[in-house]
Ligand binder design. Sequence first.
Ligand code: ARG
Ligand code: ZN
Length: 868
Amino acid sequence: MNEHKKIHLKDYRPFEFIVDHVDLVFDIRDDHTRVTSKLKMKKDPARANETTPLVLNKGTFDIISVVAGDMVLLPGEYKSDDEIFSLVATPDIFELEITNILKPDENTALEGLYRSGSILCTQCEAQGFRNITPYPDRPDVMAPFSCTIVADKTRYPVLLSNGNLVKSGDLDNNRHFAVWEDPFKKPCYLFALVAGDLDVLEDRFTTASGRDVALKIYSEKENIDRCSHAMTSLKQAMAWDEKRFGREYDLDLYQIVAINDFNAGAMENKGLNIFNAKYVLADPQTATDDDFMGIQGVIAHEYFHNWTGNRITLKNWFQLSLKEGLTVFRDQEFSSDMNSRPVQRISDVKKLMAAQFPEDSGPMVHPVRPDAYIKMDNFYTMTVYEKGAEVIRMIYQLLGQALFRTGMDLYFEKFDGMAVTLEDFVGVMAKVSGRNLDQFFRWYTQSGTPAVSMTRQYDENTKSMSLTFTQATSPDRNQSEKKPFHIPVRIALINRAGETVKQDALYELTQETDTFKFENVPADIYPSVFREFTAPVRLTTDFSDQDLAFLMARDTDPFNQWHAAQTLFVNEIKNLVTAIQAGNPMAVSAGLVNAFSLALEENQKDRAFLSRALALPQETEIKDHFEIIDVEAIHQARTFLKQTLAQKLTSEFKTVYELCRSANSDDISGGAMADRSLKNLCLSYLGSLANNDVQDIVQKQFEHAGNMTDEFAAFKILSHMNADVRDKACPAFYDKWQARTLVIDKWFSVQAQSSLEDTLDQVKKLTTHKDFTMANPNKVRALIFAFAMNNPMHFHRVDGQGYEFTAERILMLDKINPQTAARLCSCFNLWKRYDENRQAMMKKQLETMAEQKELSRNLYEIVSRALE
Ligand code: ARG
Ligand code: ZN
């Protein structure tokens, strides 16, 4: 394994030059693209008359000419290799023209300029622009860009880049051109180009100040009638950002392009977002309700980046959370305002707990602002995004809505057009509130999830209740000792009747132990703490299961009701796991069945909420509550709990299932979605019984569903029932949907996640299916990621074959797409948390990977951290 260099925050130095203008020409030919870049540059005035070498980042392409001023440079007069282009010295002001040849058809890494089907497109964040042309590929170098695209008119009728179209026309030989100019200075990671035979959906938006903006969503012709939900979402996002943050759009044109081959979810390139088709295309027949919500959220996220990311960008990549944490916070708030706030909060926190908490307990643990990286793409993490959003949310809590808005206004005013840091952001928040946020800033620099415990003490004499909070964060590779965090806690007091005795207020933990005393309260009172999940901590309390059942039913904060229910489930599963490990018989406590049944009776109230509150945590979430993860026992315990509930409450589940069936099949209103989610939750419980009676119900829904939500829910249940049932359902689903690649992704992922005995064999067989390819990230995620990340029973097979299969695929993928290979490899990250046999087998796979001579930098970083 080759060693690769780490980049450290402490080594940051500003660039020695200023780029005044970038002029790009892309001459697209059948087997190559010729790129000419004209840079107008000058030395940083502070360095005038000094001899300063010019060092540009560069990918692995061939340079065919270099012109400096009006001098043609010979290869000996500049230096160029696979990483760098450099000149020993330059005048103070100069122009540099470099021409090079790209082979987008051979670019399977999907960074820089690449082909997706018949479309040519780009992905430059984080450091993909260097694969297009030599350039100072860093976010603090901002410049105005113009871009000329020349291509065949038949193959590429649509030619797009950032900003405004200023000129276009025909050329000889059936070729044509377009010239785009982006008036806003931007870092090169926001550059984009698209060329292809695309259809467009057009709309308009008038901004608050009366400016008319043309909105265009592009897709392959056969999908253009699936773009209207994305368009609606875009207009909602534009209106919301004006209302909530006073931010208007700044160009006359906003474009979105849907692409089938894409490493991430989407990309906020200035005026030309490029999206994974999964986050654009939807209709009720082919997309689930979750897909609809996902599209609304991601469309908004990329739109919000126009201010938080593009107008104000990053000084260096270590500050990534400055744009991502803040923009996730903004998209979460948007989705809360558009839909149900409590349900949104529950799903955001669930995601954090399921994926970010484990990240904190493994080899990828890093502060929200990392100190070092080998490959930046590995740090587009749950910590930077989701925990980063929680940190912003804590500032929002500490300041309150009004002051937070004042702070945001000042942030936009002060830093517009600049590349800044997290200190700059927190600085304006401190300034407008007059608060000292120095201790708070540890959330950015200190890694790990704080464990907070709460205990109650009641004093009969003074009739006072004290709540004592202690916090502790485990040492890790980033800090051997952790200092206390500044943690906001929202607390209310509730009595036995479920009435609020003391309104909710914000308290702040700043020490290892903090105590708050509430005077003059009765003894039988319940504190409701961390309401709405005021901080990203692991909370333990002295609540008994009876207390939790009460809070599940009566807490006045729906988030806390959900949290109480989840804690009850986890406690029950822990007891079952203990019983299994001791060889004792399993039994579910009557109290839990009772609490569950009472909750199910409330089904007329908020069905979306109820469907979340009554859903058992996934095996992948449950494992986080164990030091040593017993894969089989967790699976057995959860299955037993689910089946016991289904058995004891069969008729209740059936009743609610029927009650929720009225929703119109193509209605995507909140109410209809809520009905479907509760209905399908009931079906999933019933389905766990796998008897003929329920099989019939599931089968009926599968065959007659009027939308993908219902069809997919039934399909998933059938995929676990038994091999015969699955073997009928799979071809039926495939035959119906084979023309829809996004639906076929669902088909792959359901099979990869099946609990049936022969799942690994099925997955192996599916890798040779004609619709499967390692070159398409969505397909790899649907089959290989789904197996390795979401099917613990089979990935962790005791014979090690799940590991072996996955490791082989990772190495295969590393040759094609290193970014995605590195992501996939994180399925081995928690290897130290399993039994000795599994530890040894997982370690062996990591070592085998480490022994490869030509590991990508991406995969090298993940593997070497895991083995460190
Ligand atoms: N900035 C994009 C977003 O809005 C994601 C870019 C992902 N890039 C990467 N190298 N993983 O979230
Ligand atoms: Zn983002």
